[in-house]
Write a protein that binds this ligand. Structure first.
Ligand SMILES: [Zn+2]
Length: 288
């Protein structure tokens, strides 16, 4: 049985303000799990399946590294789904996805939680209310941009324009995020935006749903790939800049076509169904 039953999910109010003020918020603080939270089984299962599809296809696209990096989804205040420690994204099944609370305790699942995943994701969820889904990767072309002093997305490419006014840069590298302080600092650097480039490290993409975040992650990597290729091909010549007004217009146009994002994840699920039967299996989920 699920620990908590009956319906409540997206759009749930948060117990704290957007800055997380007034909370203890430490990994050792179990008070975050003290309050029962109602969760709908159907929403939990859909979240597991959506995250698994995004993980599997991201591995197919080689956006992963080893068994590192995490995708998470907030179901309610202090209730999150996240991929477990030690599993390659290409082998994760829906039953492997963990349900955790705001103190980092595993409420449902048979695996452990990786520490940096908790520090980064829990703080981003808390300090950025729009970030229901968080995807953090070291995907090759976007990460390459973080290695360049002053590396920035250049507004030259239609794929890039969807990120107009949505991108932040954290130019200060402070090592692995193994503390509450670093997790909070990274979350603060996102500061309400949808994309964060972390210097010498990787990128984080957030959105209201797994489908939207995954679509943005995919097109961010495509945009960075095109930029890297263009810079190489340009041989010192400047890239052709799209005027600000057009960037603004195209950004709005793509934001108004979000059905494409939902359809993309739907297509991924169909392809996985044909090519990797069992990827969405929930039958062997422990503790149900
Ligand atoms: Zn990372």
């Amino acid at each position: 049985m699920l620990l908590e039953t009956t319906a409540q999910t997206g759009g749930a109010t948060r117990p704290e303000n957007a800055n997380g003020a007034g909370r203890a918020n430490t990994a050792k603080d179990a008070t975050a799990s003290a309050q029962p939270v109602d969760l709908d089984r159907g929403i939990v299962d859909k979240g597991r399946i959506d995250l698994t599809a995004a993980l599997r296809w991201s591995a197919r696209l080689q956006l992963n590294e080893g068994v590192c990096n995490h995708f998470s989804l907030e179901l309610a205040p202090d209730r999150y789904l996240i991929n477990p420690q030690g599993l390659h994204w290409s082998e994760v099944t829906a039953a492997d996805i963990l349900l955790i609370d705001g103190a980092g305790q595993v409420l449902e699942g048979r695996h452990s939680l990786e520490p940096t995943a908790f520090f980064i994701h829990s703080w981003i969820h808390r300090l950025n209310p729009h970030a229901r889904c968080i995807l953090h990767t070291h995907m090759p072309y976007a990460t390459a941009l973080t290695l360049i002093d002053g590396g920035r997305l250049q507004w030259c490419n239609q794929n890039t324009l969807r990120f107009w006014n949505r991108v932040g840069y954290d130019d200060e590298y402070r090592g692995l995020a193994l503390s509450e302080a670093e997790g909070r600092r990274i979350a603060g650097a996102l500061n309400g935006r949808d994309v964060l480039f972390s210097a010498s490290h990787g990128v984080t993409v957030v959105a209201a749903s797994v489908a939207w975040a995954f679509d943005d992650l995919y097109y961010l990597e495509r945009a960075c790939m095109h930029q890297v290729l263009a810079v190489q091909a340009a041989n010192g010549r400047p890239l052709r800049r799209v005027p600000d007004a057009m960037c603004e217009q195209v950004g709005r146009q793509i934001a108004g076509e979000r059905q494409q994002s939902d359809l993309f994840l739907d297509s991924v699920k169909r392809m996985l169904g044909r090519e990797a039967p069992g990827w969405d299996d929930l039958q062997d989920l422990a503790q149900r």
